[in-house]
Design a protein around this ligand. Structure first.
Ligand SMILES: CC(=O)[C@@H](O)[C@H](O)COP(=O)(O)O
Ligand SMILES: NCC(=O)COP(=O)(O)O
Length: 248
């Protein structure tokens, strides 16, 4: 099975939040992503709602239910009672639990599965009972995968931030790919499925997919949104020039 792509809408929401206007539309861009063949949509609502607002969740749920049945809604976040209430209402197909502190600018590490086992197990069980697949954000450490599987989760999402940060350094990238690959091998051996994400791009994705052929899903937001801006800019400038009355 080829690796599925889930489009993370956080960056679109961040642009939307610059003004009290409804564009760029989070559900509108989500629709374009799904029409283009994305497998699903990812959001990571943070407690301060700095990008995804809690009110976006029911709208994305409605978009998928009414126009794209079968698409996957993936909600990521730290499992506070408030987050778990949002998840219950939005009925995502997948929940990705991330050990983020509210003050973190972005996600930068996976769970300590041994230290957090007693906290995670009942939450994983409850979410699975509500019908969601549960994935846990994980550093690429092969020796941690047995403890990850013991939580009862379905998948781990391998944190690819350090791999993304190696751009331009082929040796460092090869080392990170091998670390991710060995963690994926260990996860597979325990029966876990494998997702991956953070700072993935068109440039760094092919080597990851080649090393981890069983990679089920990647979720990508920042790099994908940057790519959309770069590749959409020329056509948009032509549209605005026409709107100025220029012949283009
Ligand atoms: C779990 C993960 O790596 C991403 O969801 C990341 O947390 C994106 O969040 P931000 O868009 O807030 O940086
Ligand atoms: N789950 C990881 C994810 O959604 C990645 O987001 P980004 O780093 O590509 O913005």
């Amino acid at each position: 099975m080829p690796t599925e792509l889930s489009v993370n809408l956080n960056a679109v929401a961040m642009l939307r939040n610059r003004r009290d206007l409804p564009w760029p539309s989070v559900t509108g861009l989500g629709r374009i992503a799904l029409e283009a063949g994305a497998h699903g949509l990812t959001v990571h609502p943070r407690p301060d709602q700095r990008h995804i607002r809690f009110s976006d969740l029911p709208e994305i749920r409605r978009l998928i239910d009414t126009e794209f049945p079968g698409a996957e809604f993936n909600i990521e976040g730290y499992p506070t009672p408030e987050f778990l209430e949002l998840v219950r209402a939005a009925r995502p197909e997948q929940v990705t639990l991330v050990p983020d502190d509210p003050s973190q600018p972005t996600s930068d590490h996976g769970w300590d599965f041994v230290a957090e086992a007693a906290f995670l197990k009942p939450i994983v069980t409850a979410l699975k009972g509500e019908g969601a697949r549960v994935s846990l954000f994980a550093d690429p450490e092969p020796e941690a995968m047995t403890a990850a599987a013991a939580t009862g989760c379905d998948r781990v999402e391998l944190y690819t931030g350090p791999y993304g940060a190696t751009h331009g350094d082929a040796d460092a990238a090869a080392r990170e790919i091998e670390r991710l690959g060995r963690a994926a091998d260990a996860a597979l051996a325990t029966g876990l499925g494998i997702n991956a994400g953070h700072d993935l791009t068109v440039a760094n994705l092919p080597a990851l997919v080649a090393r981890i052929p069983h990679l089920a899903e990647v979720s990508i937001g920042h790099g994908l949104t940057a790519d959309a801006l770069e590749h959409g800019m020329a056509e948009t400038v032509r549209r605005f020039r026409r709107a100025c009355g220029q012949s283009v």
